[in-house]
Structure formats: structure tokens, C-alpha cells
Design a protein. Structure first.
Length: 276
């Protein structure tokens, strides 16, 4: 029996994964910001006879303070974490800053994943085959990163924010694997499951909404997005870092996964976090 943590586990792919592993007999902690969705998850788990193995941690992962508090709660709940699955993200057509003064996409899609991964390292290290699965969309060009404007104060676009966020997660995977992936180490897997019929969490302007509705109509069902994620959790690759797009493995030795860029991002991130 394993223990999983699923960030963004009350909706879409994250919720489906959480339910799958509960039904298999595992312990699952889901993180989400909506209390009603968390209660619904726990109620459904009790109805399936899995109430004692289901946990909900309420946190707005766009807020660093709440993400850090979630890490502490999970440490108290689970002495060992076998898998950390990172799914939470939220589209915004208009640039929005959190109460902590951070651009929301940058905080939610990148910084929360940074804090959760690094914050749960010791719990992951206690597992036999620990893995972090980052559902982000690997393989994009490194040119998406605006090194002099990571929070997109100039020329913001919601699609650009998510595109850069995906690339930042690639680099996060590189630096994490370099630091913690030494045998027997923690495996880090970057996964793009393809366009999936989830809630497409976000706030969309009138120009973007028709495109989103079209994507929802033509997207694959959530069940079709699960197999590569499940495979990564159940049988983590041997390499410290690996990446998959719709089940097909892509190389992580290309310029898009540059180690110097990953170290640069890690240094900038640590500087930013020390000043918040």
C-alpha cells in the first residue's frame, strides 16, 4: 500500500487519479482551495469504504504561505510519501497579482510546485521508489522564459504565462533531479497528457473563451489521460529525470533542459523566496 499526494486533486486529472488510487487501497492526500470540493471528495471516499485513507488539505496554492502550511500538514499526516503528483494550474486572461504581490500563474503553476517538491523531499526519501510527477507539458523551447521579467509585468498574455510556466517546470525538474536524483534517489517525471476534457480552470476573456470551448469539445476524456501518469507512479523510470508527451518519451538532453538555465532559475527562485 502506497501514499500519494495530489496537488489539484479535487478536479479533473488530479481527482481521477486520487479516486483510482483510493480504490486500489492506497492512502491519498488531495490539495485544493475549495472546501466544498474537498468535502465532496471525502464523502465519496467514505461511501466507497475508503474514508480512513482519504485526506483533504485546503490551500490556495497560489499563496506561498498556504503552500508552506500544506507541506507541514502533509508531513504530519504522512510519514512516508511514495508519489507527489503536481496538477494544479489556473488560466487568467488578465494579469493578476496575489495578496503576496506575485503574478498568479507564476505563483501557482511554478512556485507552488517548487515548494511542494522541495518541502516533501524527506518524506519522499523514506519511500522505496519515490517519484514526483509534474503534469505540465514538457519539451517547449527555452526561449519562452523571460529571464528579465519572470512575472510578466510587461506584455502579459495568459497563454504566454502558461507556456513560460511549463518551461519553468522543465527546468525545475532538471535542478530537482540533479540535487535529489542520485541513486537510489527520487525520480522526477515531467508529463504532458495531451489536451484533456477537464474543467479548464480559469478566467477567460471574450476573445479566448470560444477557443477554450472548442478545446473542451475535442479533448480526450480524463480516463485516456491517466495511463502514462499511472505508469510513472507505479513504475518510475530508472533515470533521475524523464519526460513524456502523450505517452511518448522525449529526450531531456536537449537545449530545452539546459542545466545552466536550471541552476539560474533555482538561484533566482531562492532569491525571490528569501525576500517574500
Amino acid at each position: 500500500m502506497s501514499a500519494l499526494v495530489v496537488a489539484g486533486g479535487t478536479d479533473g486529472i488530479g481527482k481521477a487519479l486520487a479516486e483510482l488510487y483510493l480504490d486500489r487501497g492506497d492512502t491519498v492526500v488531495v490539495i485544493g482551495r475549495a472546501e466544498d470540493k474537498g468535502r465532496a471528495f471525502l464523502d465519496a471516499a467514505r461511501e466507497r469504504g475508503a474514508g480512513e485513507r482519504a485526506h483533504f488539505v485546503r490551500a490556495d496554492l497560489s499563496l506561498l504561505a498556504q503552500t508552506s502550511r500544506a507541506v507541514e500538514e502533509i508531513r504530519d499526516l504522512l510519514p512516508v510519501v511514495d508519489a507527489l503528483v503536481l496538477c494544479a494550474r489556473h488560466y487568467r486572461s488578465l494579469r493578476t497579482e496575489t495578496p503576496e504581490g506575485l503574478e498568479e500563474n507564476f505563483a501557482l503553476f511554478y512556485l507552488s510546485r517548487y515548494l511542494l517538491g522541495h518541502g516533501l523531499v524527506e518524506s519522499l526519501r523514506k519511500a522505496d521508489r519515490p517519484v514526483v510527477v509534474n503534469v505540465a507539458g514538457p519539451g517547449a523551447d527555452l526561449g519562452l522564459v523571460r529571464w528579465d521579467d519572470l512575472q510578466l509585468r510587461r506584455g502579459y498574455h495568459g497563454g504566454a504565462a502558461l507556456g513560460q510556466g511549463g518551461k519553468l517546470n522543465d527546468l525545475l525538474g532538471v535542478s530537482f533531479a540533479e540535487r535529489y536524483g542520485v541513486t537510489p534517489g527520487i525520480r522526477y517525471v515531467l508529463i504532458h497528457p495531451g489536451v484533456t476534457a477537464t474543467s479548464f480552470s480559469g478566467v477567460y476573456d471574450e476573445a479566448t473563451l470560444p477557443h477554450i470551448k472548442s478545446m473542451q469539445r475535442h479533448a480526450k476524456p480524463v480516463s485516456a489521460a491517466l495511463p502514462p501518469i499511472v505508469a510513472a507512479i507505479d513504475s518510475p523510470p530508472n533515470e533521475p529525470l524523464s519526460a513524456f508527451v502523450e505517452g511518448h518519451r522525449i529526450g531531456v538532453d536537449s537545449p530545452g533542459f539546459d542545466r545552466r538555465a536550471a541552476r539560474r532559475l533555482e538561484e533566482l527562485t531562492e532569491q525571490l523566496l528569501s525576500g517574500v
